[in-house]
Design a protein around this ligand. Structure first.
Ligand code: AMP
Length: 432
């Protein structure tokens, strides 16, 4: 007996019924990010493993525990991309973009892969939409990307999402903070997990995003990174806050937030939802400045800032609402007798060519079952085609909202459907 195969754990099928929400979110991102001047890029789903080790960092959970890494047939170590910033930076360097323009704005969308412990809102294949801006070290650039996320979430109609903000300093001031953090962690070594004993030596910031509750408690009482900022970093952080306020974007400063990737300098931020549908997977997006990443990957010394939002989580939030997504058919064509099937088939094709969304049952069947299907499809109008309609060229369009019948000629059907759809929309508009 053959065994039934299922999708890989943590990887989901997206089917009609739900995909319309995804299309809406992605379409909105494309339109909105385009308004900000961001152009779309598409990078491969697989990269050299070294790219992520060198950028995201060896001690991060992402690289240390969660990557899908394999050797290809040529013996190269490759990984499914766990995030989009490093591949974008690799492409930026590889195509010498800085030689072509001093300020570059890119966005991307697509699947990412992390071998994570699964729960609602946390999957092993998940989707992100993200953006990167290269070439500006100015606080205005940090705020531009945060503004873009804020406008995106607002346009999706999502509320109760808090912007958390922090600064991690730079190479001038972070060493002093590191030293203080290590001193503090050493004093609490007994309370930390085995992984954190190692992290304390190799990369102490990573102790702050350990998922172990005891480690979190210790980290929460540690030194405050903001007290260690040098003057330029402090001025940058102050200006970021001033500009957020000028744009009326609310935020809270959260000095414990470090984000789980190594490449950040100065500004980091997260958008955190409070809706119960997400449980503890409540961060819908995050990002920050990464002024040293491009250079560390062998590229020019170019500052950058970016973010990524988790589409799975945004879709979960939208599913909680009452809003309907996706377009229903404009017209359902039902046939009254088998002799009309071919005419209806040809008519459906012609109307689709003319731009209408038309549903039609290629199997024919009883009129009753076709009317049931029409109801279920949410079609705005139904047309029943039988011998009489075929010979006279005249038919009746049934408006599904109220059952009223509108006389139409078959030759002018597309125009009639459009005209009556428009009056219906206008009437609905007047009624609200
Ligand atoms: P990160 O790249 O870790 O900063 O993640 C950016 C955003 O991607 C998060 O705020 C989440 O919304 C989303 N995300 C990260 N990991 C997952 C996952 N395993 N499943 C679903 N969404 C995720």
């Amino acid at each position: 007996m053959s065994q039934t195969l299922a999708a890989v754990k943590g990887m989901n099928d997206l089917l009609p019924g739900e995909i319309e929400i995804w299309q809406h979110v992605e379409g909105l991102a494309r339109e909105l990010f385009g308004r900000f001047g961001y152009g779309e890029i598409r990078t491969p789903m697989v990269e050299d493993t070294a790219l992520f080790v060198r950028s995201v960092g060896e001690e991060t959970d992402i690289v240390g525990k969660e990557m899908y890494t394999f050797d290809d047939k040529g013996g190269r170590s490759l990984s499914l991309r766990p995030e989009g910033t490093a591949p974008a930076a690799r492409a930026y360097i590889e195509h010498s973009i800085l030689n072509q323009e001093p300020l570059t704005r890119w966005f991307y969308t697509g699947p990412m892969f992390r071998y994570e412990r699964m729960k609602t809102g946390r999957y092993r294949q998940f989707y992100q939409v993200g953006a990167e801006a290269y070439g500006s070290k100015e606080p205005a650039q940090d705020v531009e990307v945060m503004d873009m996320v804020a406008q995106f979430l607002q346009a999706l109609g999502l509320q109760d999402i808090a912007l958390n903000l922090n600064s991690l300093g730079d190479e001038a001031c972070r060493p002093a903070y590191h030293a203080k953090l290590v001193e503090y962690l050493k004093a609490h070594i007994e309370e930390l997990c085995g992984d954190c004993h190692r992290r304390m030596e190799t990369n102490p910031l990573r102790v702050l995003d350990c998922k172990n509750p005891k480690c979190q408690e210790v980290a929460g009482k540690g030194p405050n990174v903001l007290e260690f900022l040098c003057e330029p970093c402090k001025a940058h952080f102050d200006d970021v806050q001033r500009k957020l306020t000028a744009l009326e974007i609310k935020y809270v400063v959260n000095p414990r937030m470090v984000r789980g990737l190594d490449y950040y300098t100065r500004t980091v931020f997260e958008f955190i939802a409070s809706h119960p549908a997400l449980g503890t997977a409540s961060t819908v997006g995050g990002g920050g400045r990464y002024d040293k990443l491009v250079k560390s990957l062998g590229g020019p010394d170019v500052p950058a800032v970016g973010f990524a939002c988790g589409l799975d989580r945004l879709v979960l939030l939208l599913k909680e609402g009452t809003r309907k997504f996706g377009a229903s058919p404009d017209l359902f064509i039902a046939v009254a007798d088998p002799g009309s099937q071919d005419t209806a088939f040809t008519l459906a094709s012609k109307l689709r060519r003319e731009g209408l969304r038309v549903d039609f049952d290629t199997r024919g069947g009883s009129l009753k079952s076709q009317m049931k299907r029409s109801d279920k499809s949410g079609a705005r109008f139904t047309l029943v085609l039988g011998e009489q309609e075929r010979t006279s060229g005249e038919a009746k369009l049934k408006r599904m909202a109220d059952g009223s019948l509108i006389p139409v000629s078959l030759s002018g059907l597309a125009a009639a459907v459009r005209e009556h759809s428009a009056t219906e929309v206008a009437q609905r508009g007047n009624a609200t």
